[in-house]
Design a protein around this ligand. Structure first.
Ligand SMILES: CC(C)(COP(=O)(O)OP(=O)(O)OC[C@H]1O[C@@H](n2cnc3c(N)ncnc32)[C@H](O)[C@@H]1OP(=O)(O)O)[C@@H](O)C(=O)NCCC(=O)NCCS
Length: 188
């Protein structure tokens, strides 16, 4: 295990992960104020002020050390255009477990950027942080997110039925996960 771990920018073939910056405000606001993007997210479309506050917080969250530490890097193309964000949240140091999450602006979906960004985070999670398990929780109606979990080799582990009030209705939650040895077997 190598905690504490500090986030550093990383490039894939078509996608870069680095920290959010103040000058991402317009682009991130366009993404996070879009009702379609927020449909299955826990929050409602965000105001510009709210996005500004979040960028201020997220741009300084760089270190995973204790439970609930997180990093929320920007997903960019190799020209630097902001496409979305990843979420990498250390949920248990004892169990070496983290949660992963993703979002892309609508124009940037369907081009494989979320998959590449998620693979970069999984590489950091397993190869650098030394985690044992990474999981995602989602609304099973979110077909694009379910498909992404499956493309990453995540196992469908649980389906909780109407266990939460979500935007005025009862909603289900699906849990998908991958273990360090499963990730390595896929990479080999
Ligand atoms: C969930 C979400 C991130 C998935 O994004 P995505 O772009 O569909 O995911 P991927 O990066 O895996 O891209 C896959 C698609 O790109 C296509 N694609 C095009 N070029 C590609 C390439 N070079 N490499 C890989 N895939 C490519 C694939 O064929 C696939 O298309 P399909 O869905 O029609 O089969 C996106 O739908 C989103 O941001 N939704 C709103 C926010 C949200 O709900 N977040 C999740 C909360 S749990």
């Amino acid at each position: 295990m190598s905690l504490p771990w500090e986030f550093h920018p990383v490039d894939g073939g078509r996608t870069r992960l680095d920290l959010l910056r103040e000058d991402d405000l317009d682009a991130l606001h366009a993404i996070q104020s879009d009702p379609e993007v927020c449909r299955y997210l826990l929050y409602e479309p965000r105001t510009r002020d709210e996005v500004e506050r979040r960028i201020a917080e997220d741009s300084t969250a760089v270190r995973l050390e204790k439970n609930d530490d997180y990093v929320q890097p920007a997903i960019r193309d190799l020209d630097g255009t902001l496409l979305g964000t990843m979420y990498f949240h250390l949920t248990s140091v004892d169990d070496l477990t983290a949660e992963i999450g993703w979002l892309l602006g609508t124009p940037h979906q369907g081009r494989g950027h979320a998959r590449e960004a998620a693979e970069l985070v999984l590489e950091q999670a397993f190869d650098e942080v030394g985690l044992h398990r990474v999981y995602a929780e989602l609304d099973p109606r979110n077909a694009a997110s379910v498909a992404l979990c499956l493309r990453l080799g995540m196992r469908h582990e649980a389906h909780f039925v109407e266990h939460m009030r979500f935007k005025g209705e009862w909603a289900d939650t699906g849990v998908y996960a991958i273990l360090d040895h499963e990730w390595r077997a896929r990479r080999a």
